[in-house]
Write a protein that binds this ligand. Sequence first.
Ligand SMILES: [Cu+2]
Length: 129
Amino acid sequence: MKIKNEPIAVAMLILGTIVAIIGILGFENYRRSAEYTAELTARATEYGNWYPNTITIPYGKPAKILIRNIDVVSHGFALPDFQIAVMEIKAGESAVIEFTPDKKGVFPFVCTIWCSNRHMEMRGQLVVE
Ligand SMILES: [Cu+2]
């Protein structure tokens, strides 16, 4: 009897672990979305580029954007229309930029560090609406 139920117990244990992991990740996403207006992930063009490529934030409200470099090389961030730049975000590190957008529109942002052969393609856009 004991041996018969063992696969079920193991399955329940695995299921419980999966549910716990999903719960923790879900809470982490919720916690981040409450703290940051938008999130950006940096990787060289070949490995995914800025993700997402377009981020949207509301006009006239203080914005807090989390930039995570999940790459193995450094990246930089520049948003010229708002005179914002983070000169270097090292591999595995994060940066937070805070500003209140005072104009609506679509504004390009770029990587400022020569990170790969396709560095010039590492760009995205910020939408303020
Ligand atoms: Cu880059």
